[in-house]
Design a protein around this ligand. Structure first.
Ligand code: MIC
Ligand code: SF4
Length: 641
């Protein structure tokens, strides 16, 4: 029986367990990446593990999220990360270098290798044939300390591509279409593997756009084969020696197949407020727009921005539109400035901002009240832009640029204009001006710089006999980690200050939540389907831990958040009968009796002391996960061992 590419790479890295869907395995991690908004916690945790040296082949610490330095906090975090990076042999990427995923792809990604990153869009590396997985910060810290990562073996969905994209239709439209078909929970517990004749018609930047936004499917990761295009991409980055051809066996067997004919796709947009709320631009119609934002780890490649520059050249951005562009990396910006494309962009009236996450994570550029904002980003969750009532649509760079000129959402195919062919594999010189390499001398003697905003992270206690609490929140379906722990320019500077963040937990859903937790000595959360989708931020578990949350009882969980809860010693429980959800009310008191014995069972009994009812809940814990819950979290378990 032939093997998928995903299972080949996982198989090559297998350290423990049997590679069979649903089993727990441990794999070797070759590379890790962190970014600054999750990175401070990662390195605090790495320090707490007291390791001498990291065990990966390469680990990189990027600064790309918290680059708006409106006070000392972000700069202090940068200095902390830089000092710990040096101490542990981690490469440091200075602010201004660009977005972690774009930079990892350009400078370090290697086909067939594994990458674990403390950011949910780490699967961008799947664009060059890596198994690149997003995880909570603690898992990344452990991967650096031990060189391994444990996961439940996902199933593999095959997206079989045929045909070729038509003009004005691009990679973003491919992943928007896949999201329309599979939804934001369609990828949970799965790897999405792309194969077929159509693959060769997608460039590496196209593939990276698709694997990047595979995160929105809830998938563990997405992967493309490594082929001639991959070779050309690596050569263009001066790294041809890193090329390794990789593909699935011809007779590979998959758990599901989705056929996509690229020739039949049209420009799509994800409407407010979910990346899977997809319709064609034509159907949505010519809605008036106020802001257009081009950039993010999904669509800020050299090819994307060259296409944008070509569309803008000689034109003027509509008077009612603010167009803002954030390039993906310093290399891309430098190249655009040398070949004149940057001048075309500026002359059209675009605001060019730093190579960073920027508006994608609400770090500036919040649109006006009630604005319609077209963004080439990957998430349009309500309020994420920093403006609560903004209507954010996710589109391709081509759709964004032509719409910015017209002032309304435009299907580029109606413009009558021909797009130029951009060579995605032009030569990029390796530029390491923004990288700081750790060097060898006296690493462990390097002092760690800790600003006053950096506070210790909360630790749980070993699982008590009785786990009891009042329901302090009853949430609906598809709750995002942005809902749980909002992030914007106001709050991101406090990513290393859990006590401060705790005042804003669930702010947009229920502003009384923190106070309710304090009044009741913590409690439990009841959730709907796909609880915790979105970002990898472990703050969405650490802050509830700080507020005394004991367990979350939901209809289903998103992968990374579920792991983050377990890492924090908070039990993620799934309703055996989803209808029980309706029987629970806010402030009902729930209890798990004899908890240490019950967590080892397949079914846990949860008693509702207020109504007298009893519910059956599934912990679905792998062995290691049970040990973490028993110990009160991953760090306690490791220390205990
Ligand atoms: C995001 O896109 O939501 C982020 C910000 O990159 C997060 C990480 C974070 O919350 O710090 C992610 O995707 O993991
Ligand atoms: Fe940065 Fe946005 Fe990508 Fe997250 S999704 S890494 S915030 S650019």
């Amino acid at each position: 029986m032939g093997k998928s590419l995903a299972y080949k790479i996982l198989g090559n890295h297998l350290v423990e367990g049997e590679l069979k869907a649903g089993n727990e395995i441990t794999i070797k991690i070759d590379q890790t990446l962190t970014q600054d908004s999750t990175g401070t916690m990662v390195y605090l945790q790495l320090e707490a593990m007291e390791v001498d040296s990291i065990k990966t082949e390469l680990s990189v610490a990027y600064i790309d999220h918290n680059t708006l330095q409106t006070g000392f906090e972000n700069a202090d975090d940068h200095a902390f990360i830089k000092s710990v990076a040096k101490r542990h042999g981690v490469v440091f990427s200075k602010p201004g270098n660009g977005i972690c995923h774009q930079l990892q792809l350009e400078n370090f990604g290697i086909p067939g290798k594994t990458l674990l990153g403390s950011d949910s869009h780490t699967p961008t590396g799947g664009g060059i044939g890596m198994i690149a997985i997003g995880a909570g910060g603690l898992d990344v810290a452990v991967a650096m300390a031990k060189g391994t990562y444990s996961l439940t073996v996902p199933k593999v969905i095959n997206v079989h591509l045929t045909g070729q994209l038509k003009p004005w239709v691009s990679a973003k439209d491919v992943i928007l279409y896949v999201l329309q078909q599979l939804t934001v929970k369609g990828g949970v517990g799965k790897i999405v593997e792309y194969t077929g004749e159509g693959v060769k018609n997608l460039t590496v930047p196209d593939r990276a756009t698709i694997t990047n936004m595979g995160a929105e499917l809830g998938a563990t990761t997405s992967v493309f084969p490594s082929d001639e295009n991959t070779k050309k991409f690596l050569a263009s980055q001066g790294r041809e020696q890193d090329f390794v051809p990789m593909e699935a066996d011809k007779d590979a067997v998959y758990d599901e197949v989705l056929e996509v004919n690229l020739s039949e796709l049209v420009p799509f947009a994800a409407k407010p407020h979910s990346p899977d709320n997809v319709d064609s631009v034509e159907n949505i119609g010519q809605i008036k727009i106020d802001q257009v934002a081009i950039g993010s780890c999904t669509n800020s490649s050299y090819t994307d921005l060259m296409k944008v520059a070509a569309i803008l050249k000689g034109k003027k951005v509509h008077e009612d539109v603010s167009l803002v562009i954030s390039p993906g990396s310093s290399k891309i910006l430098s190249k655009l400035s040398k070949n004149g494309a940057l001048a075309d962009i500026i002359d059209a009236g675009a605001r060019v901002i730093e190579n960073a996450c920027g508006p994608c994570i609400g770090m500036g550029q919040s649109p006006k009240s009630g604005a319609v904002s077209l963004r080439t980003f990957n998430r349009n969750f309500k309020g994420r832009s920093g403006t609560k009532d903004a209507q954010v649509y996710l589109v391709s760079p081509e759709t964004a640029a032509i719409s910015a000129i017209n002032g309304y959402l435009t299907d580029g195919r109606t413009s009558g204009e021909t797009l130029p062919v951009i060579d995605p594999y032009e030569d990029f010189k390796f530029n390491d001006s923004f990288f700081v390499y750790p060097g060898d001398a006296n690493k462990s003697n390097t002092d760690v710089e800790m600003g006053p905003n950096i506070k210790p992270f909360p630790r749980n206690i070993a699982l008590p006999q009785e786990v009891k609490g009042k329901v302090v929140l009853k949430a609906g379906n598809n709750i995002t980690t942005d809902d749980i722990m909002p992030s914007d320019s106001r709050l991101l500077p406090y990513r290393s200050n859990i006590p401060h963040l705790s005042n804003y937990c669930f702010e947009l859903i229920d502003s009384e939540f923190p106070a309710r937790c304090r009044e009741n000595g913590g409690g439990v959360i009841v959730g709907g389907e796909n609880y915790g989708q979105g970002s990898s931020r472990e703050h969405a578990a650490l802050v509830p831990l700080y507020l005394g949350i004991k367990f979350v009882l939901a209809k289903s969980f998103a992968r990374i958040h579920r792991s983050n809860l377990i890492n924090s010693g908070i039990i993620p429980l799934v309703f055996k009968d989803p209808a029980d959800y309706d029987k629970i009310s806010l402030l009902d008191e729930l209890v798990i009796e004899d908890a240490p014995a019950q967590v080892k069972n397949e079914v846990i009994k949860v008693r509702n002391l207020t109504t007298g009812e009893e519910y059956e809940a599934l912990p679905n814990l792998q062995d290691l996960e049970t040990s973490m819950i028993e110990a009160g979290g991953k760090i306690n378990m490791m220390k205990g061992n």
